[in-house]
Write a protein that binds this ligand. Structure first.
Ligand SMILES: [Zn+2]
Length: 350
């Protein structure tokens, strides 16, 4: 059997070459697993990679080598190209995306049963059937058990790909039945070069986007393509800086109040709060790095001037204490403690 190099493949991902090579080899050697887990931080491009992998598998031009697929012209490929909204909008009879409903906490057992039923139907074009389960760590207990049954008795030509940023929350027995690929953050300069090669950007803009993306290529691309998303990031960044710069505790609380009124008064507050805390963490880490003169590693170089002027009580120890507090905040969020209390607690430790 020929073992072609992965260099011929056009994967939509940078970095994590070991995983890419693995998938290329599995395709080239016709040695596909029936289940995969793609795990790693959010915004690494895991779902996009899973989709591309599916497109190759489902492409109908079987006379082409795998590295020449997806062909972009067959009926299957065209369905992916013509998708309108997000990734779940694809009307493809052999491709499924399963994800948690926005208002729900978990992926339900009914959703998994529906999926298993669809996968049990034989494919119209005798093709594979591929299912991607996003945020697989949110499978409910009964949903996990239903999925486990499917994985224990794999069907021919059925492939399931679980995507997760918290694989430790997935049933161990599920993971053990899957080929587990772990994705790791990508070096800044690799992301920077990718942005320069693929987008019309100035060197300084590209450097900025790659730095604030913290090793997550898909996030860097999102910053470039979605101006509103980037604007929101800057807004949060400046708000956090306002809070830290203000030494008066009442003023800090007042700022938090304003922030809550504006942004956190709806049901998406948990997501927003998590993003806000991520920015908070980033700012503190930057101040910490600057104390050690590690300017090259600073994430928010765009607010360099402001960062340099910030003073935190007891400096290094102080920063570590606040970072610990933010770490704890993720547990509080899980426990449904309200956003205001969480933010005030962090601010008190500043
Ligand atoms: Zn095709």
């Amino acid at each position: 059997m020929k073992n072609k190099s992965s260099d011929n493949y056009k994967w939509p991902l940078i970095g994590n070459k070991r995983n890419i090579d693995f998938l290329s080899r599995s395709l080239s050697n016709d040695n596909l697993s029936s289940a995969y887990v793609f795990s790693g931080p959010d915004n690494m491009g895991k779902t996009k990679l899973a989709e591309h992998f599916s497109r190759i598998i489902l492409c109908q031009k079987k006379d082409l080598s795998y590295s020449e697929r997806p062909c972009q012209t067959c009926a299957s490929c065209r369905k992916f190209i013509s998708k309108k909204g997000d990734e779940s909008d694809i009307a493809h009879s052999d491709y499924y995306i399963l994800k948690k409903d926005k208002e729900k906490k978990n992926i339900s057992v009914e959703q998994v049963r529906d999926l298993i039923y669809s996968l049990s139907m034989s494919s119209f074009s005798d093709s594979h059937k591929v299912a991607i389960i996003k945020h697989a760590d949110t499978l409910s207990e009964s949903a996990s058990n239903a999925l486990l049954k499917l994985l224990e008795e794999p069907r021919k030509k059925v492939i399931v790909i679980l995507v997760s940023s918290q694989p430790e929350k997935i049933l161990k027995t599920i993971i053990s039945r899957c080929q587990h690929l772990e994705f790791h953050p990508v070096k800044n300069n690799e992301i920077n070069n990718y942005l320069l090669d693929n987008f019309k950007l100035s060197r300084s803009a590209s450097k900025n986007y790659s730095r604030i993306a913290l090793g997550r290529p898909a996030l860097a691309v999102k910053f470039v393509e979605d101006k509103e998303f980037y604007k929101n990031y800057l807004e949060r960044l400046n708000y956090i800086l306002d809070i830290i710069e203000n030494n008066d505790i009442n003023k800090r609380f007042f700022l938090i109040e304003g922030l809550l009124d504006k942004k956190l008064a709806n049901n998406e507050s948990v997501v927003i709060l998590k993003r806000l805390l991520e920015v908070f963490q980033g700012v503190l880490r930057d101040i910490y790095l600057m104390k050690y003169g590690l300017y090259d590693l600073v994430q928010n170089e765009i607010v360099d001037e402001r960062l340099r002027k910030i003073k935190i009580k007891n400096d290094i120890q102080g920063i570590v204490r606040v970072l610990d507090e933010i770490e704890l905040a993720s547990d509080y969020i899980e426990a449904n403690i309200n956003s205001k209390t969480i933010l005030e607690n962090i601010t008190l430790s500043l």
